[in-house]
Each structure stands twice: as C-alpha cells, then as structure tokens.
Ligand binder design. Structure first.
Ligand SMILES: NC(=O)c1ccc[n+]([C@@H]2O[C@H](COP(=O)([O-])OP(=O)(O)OC[C@H]3O[C@@H](n4cnc5c(N)ncnc54)[C@H](OP(=O)(O)O)[C@@H]3O)[C@@H](O)[C@H]2O)c1
Length: 289
C-alpha cells in the first residue's frame, strides 16, 4: 500500500479523507499536536521516519479574520510551515500536494471564473499567504500539485471536524432561529466535500502543476441558501428564514469563482454546486422536496 501523510490531520478535509481511504492507503494523519509544521526539525523527522509516497499538506490557519489580525502567526503557519514540508518532501523523495484556495483571487476586481493562468490579486493575509506559499513551493519541488480549492461544504459527522460552510451554516441558523442574510452580489464555487474526497486520489495520476478544483456555480449566495431551504422542504418558511442582502459587495461584486476546466480535462468530475447541494441533502436524508 502506498503511504500517504496528511498534515493538519484533525481538520475538516483530512478527517474525511482518512475515513474514506483507510483501506486503500496506509494513512499517517498527523494532527497539529503530533506534528506542528512550523517546527522544521520535527517535520524532517516525521518524514524521514514515515517515508511517505505522498504528502497532502492541508495544515493551515484558514480563518480569514484571524489571519488578518495575526499576520505573523498566519505567515509562520501558512507559508513557513508549507516550506518546511516541501523541503522535507524533497529530501525524502515524497510527492507533495499543497492545498491552496480560491481566496488568492479575492482582491481581483474583474469577475471570475478565473483560470490557473489568471493573475491573482489577494487582499487578505490568508490569500496572500497561500499565493506566496505556492510560489515558494514551486521553487523547491518539481513533484508538486497545487490545488486551489473552492469553498467546501458538508454536514457534521461523529468524530469528524466541521467548519463554517454554506450547508452547515444554513442548517445551524435554522436550528438557532437566526435569520440568514444572503448576499446577492457574491458568487463563489461551492463544492460538496464528499465529491472532493472521492475524486481526490485521481490527483496522484495527473501531471504535476497548479489546478483549480471544485464545482461550477452560477447561483449567487442568496440563491444557494434559498435552494437549500427549498430542497429541505422549507419553501413555505423562506421569507421567515432568509433575507436578501443587497448592500454587501454592492460597489464591487464579489466573484471569486474558479474555472475548473483543466482539472475536469484531467479526469476529475464535479457536479455543479446546485447538484452538489441536492446530493449532500440526499446523503444525509434531509432532502424533502
Ligand atoms: N474548507 C474549505 O472550504 C477550504 C477552501 C479552500 C482551501 N482550503 C484549504 O484546505 C486545507 C484544509 O482545510 P480544512 O477545511 O480541512 O481546514 P481545517 O479544518 O481548519 O484544518 C486545518 C488543520 O490544520 C491544523 N493546523 C493549524 N496550524 C497547524 C500547525 N502549525 N501545524 C500543524 N497543523 C496545523 C489545524 O489544527 P487545529 O484544529 O489544532 O487548529 C486544523 O486541524 C487548508 O489548507 C485550507 O486552507 C479549505
């Protein structure tokens, strides 16, 4: 069995990856406690000991506000940590997958979807960190895939981490009786995490390089939340639960959608966001249309 080492092993993505691939790969999922990627020597030691075939570097601080408020901490983890992992991969001959983000484009004034060649203009520390790390890693390693993820969504599962995402945020707001404000001027790719996991190991077979990854989406954020409510059988409560937010991003429409044609041409399949919403609700038996 091929050995796959995961950094940030307790996170939303990695806990699902480990569960899904536990019988197919020999997985070494290292939480922050087990491997702090900012500690260079520890990173080298872990990789020397495990000698993985693949390293999926998912460890990051991905909370935008925290990164903006603590730029030095964010840089140390998101940039220096990634560099430590890449150097250790080079030494032990492991192939690396670096998980980057659509957020590299959040300062671009022109509308998406952006392809991989489009000049990225980040305007948050998190986005800047990801773009800087991408550049540094390319100078260290040839055997490198950079994956720019769209925004992932899913629902809680026992023992697995959950993050803020469009599906869980919507369900949580309903449970708490909170009104949801859905911006009509915000467009982003939103991808059902299960689809990403199931397609993921095809990455090991495609040429090295940078890829945008995830669903295409023509719906704005308000429309996505409305769709979730409809498909949960809550159409009669839409006015009570959901409110249009026409002010947010009114001056400059936020459109950070990714053009994912390259990865689709490489053999990975993703439904549209709309279809992913339906699939997720059906998987969790919440579909009630
Ligand atoms: N989820 C998305 O929608 C999305 C979209 C675009 C890109 N991404 C990227 O995809 C990757 C995985 O995302 P995710 O959603 O699974 O995020 P997550 O749930 O926040 O997982 C990241 C993990 O990294 C760990 N970590 C933080 N600092 C570390 C350090 N110094 N050393 C080792 N581990 C550390 C965290 O540990 P603690 O729990 O202890 O803090 C956390 O478990 C990240 O690189 C993220 O930037 C995610």
């Amino acid at each position: 069995m091929k050995k796959v080492l995961l950094t940030g092993g307790n996170g939303f993505f990695c806990t699902r990856f480990s569960k899904y691939y536990k019988d197919k790969y020999n997985i070494f999922s290292l939480s922050r406690k087990e491997l702090d990627v900012t500690k260079e020597e520890d990173v080298f030691e872990s990789l020397r000991k495990i000698k993985p075939d693949y390293v999926i570097h998912a460890a990051a601080i991905a909370v935008t506000d925290f990164c903006n408020e603590h730029p030095e901490v964010a840089h140390k983890i998101n940039v220096d940590g990634a560099v430590n992992v890449a150097k250790a991969c080079k030494e032990v001959g492991a192939k690396m997958i670096f998980i980057s983000s659509e957020q590299v484009f959040n300062g671009n004034l022109e509308s998406g979807p952006y392809d991989e060649e489009h000049k990225a203009v980040p305007n948050t520390v998190y986005g800047e960190n990801k773009l800087e790390a991408e550049g540094l890693l390319k100078n260290i390693l040839d055997e490198l895939w950079i994956l720019r993820f769209t925004w992932l969504f899913g629902l809680p599962e026992r023992g697995l981490n959950i993050n803020s995402n469009i599906m869980w945020n919507t369900v949580s707001s309903i449970l708490k009786g909170e009104k949801i404000k859905g911006p009509v001027n915000e467009y982003r790719g939103m991808t059902y995490v299960q689809q990403v996991i199931e397609e993921f190991d095809k990455i090991f077979e495609i040429p090295y390089g940078t890829y945008n990854l995830g669903s295409k989406n023509d719906l704005n954020r308000f429309e996505v939340v409305k769709l979730i409510l409809k498909e949960m059988g809550l159409e009669h409560r839409i006015e009570e639960i959901l409110e249009k937010d026409e002010e947010k991003y009114a001056q400059n429409k936020r459109d950070i959608r990714l053009n994912t044609d390259k990865i689709i041409a490489s053999g990975l399949n993703f439904t549209t966001t709309e279809e992913g919403i339906t699939q997720c609700l059906k998987d969790y038996k919440l579909y009630n249309k």
